[in-house]
Each structure stands twice: as structure tokens, then as C-alpha cells.
Unconditional design. Structure first.
Length: 556
């Protein structure tokens, strides 16, 4: 196997490297192990939250596979921030920032120790895109493994997820649910390890990386607690060594066509708007031109065919039983929407992977091509005088297409929940939450606490929300995020006042305020940028470096 140690021989071979070998031997690697290709296991394990909690065991299984295939596994860890736990607090600002730290840390360890190949083990929302950004920079033979979805909880005879908890919080705050009911949902919603169960951000990105080809088809949709997940992990370890042997690199897999396939998988599953932010960043790292309008073009031609929460009925384990992510690829191929020749880590094309999918008879999760839930995909990009660089909304098929109403303006997410509880948000309003963008937050908080409260308060069908922040993949309703340029950069949201008439039209793909340019110019002249919320540390560093959401909120 020595011919496969393309990178690691620089750190393990020859008399000058005796010091490195001595240190490797101190932790159990002998001469035989160091003569084999070194496969990094980039683990995002944490015991803070369920998404990545089970990764220690999975990493051991990956190692078994690496050793069986003739490689030497070397596990290292990086950070993970739980979106579900930090939601609605100042801590949520760290979530998007963690994507950059995850990417940087994987890159640094792999470069520093000259690893020959990589397996990335990911779960919670930012770990998957963060790991993929690192793979773009390193371009080492690599495969991704998603740790799998949590199983649904059960409350009042139906499945519940973390989405239901946040909506229950809103119902409780407005007196529509008592303490005992809220406690029951809290206790039942998350029964064990695994990422949030709907087609929220974690499962959206898990779907996307399989259809992208950088994760093995069928690996991610196996639920976290399914005993077969261990078998999958062993197979992925073997595959990592095989990828080194074949010399297949991420840049050969992640092409423009592959990214379009991934975006189509998001559109057809009603996936998270966060995918827009992440794939803009991913494409940039791979040197592939991609713009927000590309998401709209792909969504326009892609029917919504997969009936998943938050807009639909089912959760990720139901999709696994129906035929998995391979069945999603199969539907896209049947609809003529898959670039079939794109490569996957298996060495087969994505078209061949789609052909191998097995559909469970009678399943209702993935609709046939001629009977979609909606004729176009779930992602809609809007423009207008409030969003010159664009913004994003997810429409699962049941939301209002238009909304007109007065602005109710808040300068942070923290101001909104008290206003909802006090009844200051009324039917017909457009809730505007500004200074929550990539720079202004900093960190572009997700607002599941706010959107859940709106739905829980019975306002989900009558109120719209507009923000330069983000939304959780669990958000539903007419909730528009990523408004660019953001308020902290002097974007139009910064100029709004309570009562300004706002029109949202998802058919015309516009979001506008009924103010003429003279009035907007006058307000702009009087506007002053707010002082930075952080003046030192990682938050301040991020705020100084980060780009617009319309460019993926990247820091280079």
C-alpha cells in the first residue's frame, strides 16, 4: 500500500521523520500502520444535543472498515453547535459561524498531518456544509457520512418533532396550550440520538450530498439508531481507502451538473432555505459559478414530489422505509431532471445509482412524477426594492402566494416574542426583523422560536415575516429570509418604519415597500450604522470578514 501514501510519506518516511514517528508511536501507531495510507476520520461528535451524540460508536465502525481495506484510520474531532438548543437565544448567532470553524479545523488537521484521504462524519446543520467546504479546499479522496435522522416522537397519537415543540411554545405563550401539554410534547418529541427528523436543514443537506455524489447513495437515510447504521459505517471506511486507490477526488465529483442535481433534490423534497446559503458557499469553494437565480431556475422546473415535514406529513425515517434518498434520485431521473452522468463516490454515475433504487410498494412519501404535490419546487427567490440582491422563501404548496400589510419593525429577534405575547402583532402584519444578517447579527440567527411562536399563536395564516436573518428548516408559513443587502450594511430593511405598506408576491417574485425613491433616499441619508455588537473574539472577526448572504455568507 506504500504507493498510496502520496501525502503521508512526507511526514512518516525517512530518517528525518523519526520525531514524527516517535510521536505517532506514543499513541499506538506502529511501523506497519504508518506504512499504510492515513485516512482521517473527521468526527463532529458532541454530547451537547442528539444529532451527533452517537458518533463515537460510528467512528469506531468506520475505522474497522478502513483497517479491513488496508488503511490506517486517524480520528480527530471538530466542533458542533446545536441549532435546536441555541434557537431563540444569543447563542444561535454562533451556529452559522461554526460552519467556517468546522471547515477551517478539518482543513488544518488534514493539511498539517498530510493525510491521504478523509471520511467526514456529520449530523447537525452546519457540520455537513462545513465539512464539504473543507473537502473543496483539500481535494483529497474523501467520502461523507451523515449520521442519520432521529426517530419521531409520539404525542396524542401522532408523530412529533422539534418543530412541534417550538410551535407548542407559541401556543402556550398565548394561552392556547397549558403547562401539562407543553411538558408532554417536550418530553416526547426527541426520543433518542439523531438529527431533527423532518426535511429540516440537516436532512436537507443529507439528501443533497447523496444526490451530489459525495456521499454513498443509501448511507445517510438509514436512521441514527437503526442497527444497520453500523454496517453502513464499515462500508464507508472501506470506500475511503478505495477512493485513495482510485485517486477519485471531490473536484471530479462536485461539478456544476452535480450541484444542479443537489439543488433539484432540495426543491423536490421541500428542503430548507439554508441550502441556498450553503450551496452558494460550496460552489464558490469549488470554483463553480452559481447565483441565487440558478436556484429559482432549477426550482421552477422541478416538481415538489416528496411529502415531508415541515410542510408535509412524513419524516426522514418514513422516507428511508419508502426507498430512501435513492428513490428521490430515481424520481428526478424519471422526470428528466437529473444530470445522469455525474459521478458518485461509488464510481458509478448518479443515473446508475438512481436506477438501483428500490421503491417500497404502496409507499406514499414520494409521489409519482405525474402526481406531484406541487408543479414547481419549494424554493422561491424574490427580488424588489426591499431585496435588491434577492431573498428566499420556502413554499411547500399550501402557503399564501401574496400578502399585503403594514410593517411591524423590530431591530432584533429578541424584541419579537414579547410583542407576540403582548398581542402587538396582529393579523395582516408583516413582521420585519432586521440587524440579524451575517454581519449585523453577527451570524444570521435562525428564527424558529419566532416563526414557531407566530404559528402557535394562530397567526401562521395571516402574518408574514421578512428578515435579513435565516430560518430553520422546520419553519413553515410565509417566512422570507436572507434579505440582501442586510440592514447593517444599509440595505432597505434598515429604512423601514412601523406601518410602511409592504407587498409580497411570490408569483411575481417581488417584495416591495410602497415608498418612492425620494422618501427612501431621505431616510437613507438620515440612517446611521449601528455599533458592532461584538468588538473582539470570533464573533467580531466574523462580522469583519463575512460577505452578503447573496454570496453564501463566506469569509474569504
Amino acid at each position: 500500500m506504500s504507493e498510496l501514501t502520496h501525502q503521508s510519506r512526507n511526514i512518516t518516511s525517512g530518517p528525518a521523520r523519526a520525531g514524527a514517528r516517535a510521536m505517532f508511536k506514543a499513541v499506538g501507531f506502529d511501523d506497519a500502520a504508518l506504512a499504510k495510507p492515513l485516512i482521517g476520520i473527521a468526527n463532529t461528535w458532541t454530547e451537547i444535543g442528539p444529532c451527533n451524540f452517537h458518533f463515537r460508536q460510528l467512528a469506531e465502525k468506520i475505522k474497522e472498515g478502513v483497517r479491513a481495506a488496508g488503511g490506517t484510520p486517524m480520528e480527530f474531532n471538530t466542533i458542533a453547535v446545536s441549532d435546536g438548543i441555541t434557537m431563540g437565544t444569543e447563542g444561535m448567532k454562533t451556529s452559522l459561524i461554526s460552519r467556517e470553524v468546522i471547515a477551517d479545523s478539518i482543513e488544518l488537521v488534514a493539511r498539517g498531518h498530510m493525510l491521504d484521504g478523509l471520511v467526514t462524519l456529520t449530523g447537525c446543520d452546519k457540520t455537513t456544509p462545513g465539512a464539504l467546504l473543507a473537502l473543496a479546499r483539500l481535494d483529497l479522496p474523501a467520502v461523507m457520512l451523515y449520521g442519520g435522522s432521529i426517530m419521531p416522537g409520539s404525542y396524542a397519537g401522532h408523530d412529533v418533532t422539534i418543530q412541534d415543540v417550538y410551535e407548542a411554545i407559541g401556543a402556550h405563550a398565548t394561552g392556547r396550550m397549558d403547562d401539562a401539554q407543553l411538558k408532554l410534547i417536550e418530553d416526547q418529541a426527541c426520543p433518542g440520538a439523531g438529527s431533527c427528523g423532518g426535511q429540516f436543514t440537516a436532512n436537507t443537506m443529507a439528501t443533497a450530498i447523496e444526490v451530489l455524489g459525495i456521499a454513498a447513495m443509501g448511507s445517510g437515510s438509514v436512521p441514527a439508531v437503526d442497527p444497520r447504521k453500523d454496517e453502513v459505517a464499515v462500508q464507508i471506511g472501506r470506500m475511503a481507502v478505495d477512493l485513495v486507490r482510485r485517486g477519485l477526488r471531490p473536484s471530479q465529483i462536485v461539478t456544476r451538473e452535480a450541484i444542479e442535481n443537489a439543488i433539484a433534490s432540495v426543491a423536490t423534497t421541500g428542503g430548507s432555505t439554508n441550502s441556498v446559503l450553503h450551496f452558494l458557499a460550496i460552489a464558490r469553494e469549488f470554483g463553480i459559478p452559481l447565483e441565487m437565480e440558478d436556484f429559482q431556475r432549477i426550482s421552477n422546473r422541478t416538481p415538489l414530489m416528496v411529502d415531508l415535514k415541515p410542510g408535509g406529513r412524513f419524516v426522514a425515517p418514513d422516507l428511508h422505509r419508502a426507498g430512501g434518498i435513492g428513490l428521490v434520485a430515481k424520481r428526478l431521473k424519471e422526470a428528466g431532471l437529473l444530470h445522469n452522468q455525474a459521478l458518485s463516490v461509488s464510481g458509478r454515475t448518479i443515473g446508475e445509482e438512481a436506477d438501483a433504487a428500490v421503491e417500497t410498494p404502496g409507499q406514499e412519501v414520494v409521489r409519482p412524477v405525474d402526481n406531484p404535490i406541487k408543479k414547481t419546487g419549494g424554493l422561491v427567490v424574490l427580488w424588489g426594492n426591499l431585496a435588491p440582491e434577492g431573498c428566499v422563501v420556502k413554499l411547500a404548496g399550501h402557503e399564501r402566494a401574496q400578502h399585503q400589510g403594514p410593517a411591524r419593525v423590530f431591530d432584533s429577534e429578541d424584541e419579537v416574542l414579547p410583542a407576540i405575547r403582548a398581542g402587538r402583532v396582529q393579523p395582516g402584519d408583516v413582521v420585519v426583523v432586521r440587524y440579524e444578517g451575517p454581519m449585523g447579527g453577527p451570524g444570521m440567527r435562525e428564527m424558529l422560536a419566532v416563526t414557531g411562536a407566530i404559528v402557535g399563536a394562530g397567526l401562521g395564516e395571516t402574518v408574514a415575516l421578512l428578515t435579513d436573518g435565516r430560518f430553520s428548516g422546520a419553519t413553515r408559513g410565509l417566512m422570507i429570509g436572507h434579505v440582501s443587502p442586510e440592514a447593517a450594511r444599509g440595505g432597505p430593511l434598515a429604512l423601514l418604519r412601523d406601518g410602511d405598506p409592504i407587498t409580497i408576491d411570490t408569483v411575481a417574485r417581488r417584495v416591495d415597500v410602497a415608498l418612492d425613491e425620494t422618501e427612501l433616499a431621505s431616510r437613507r441619508q438620515a440612517w446611521h450604522a449601528p455599533a458592532p455588537r461584538y468588538t473582539h473574539g470570533v464573533m467580531a472577526k466574523y462580522a469583519k470578514l463575512v460577505s452578503s448572504a447573496s454570496q453564501g455568507a463566506v469569509t474569504i
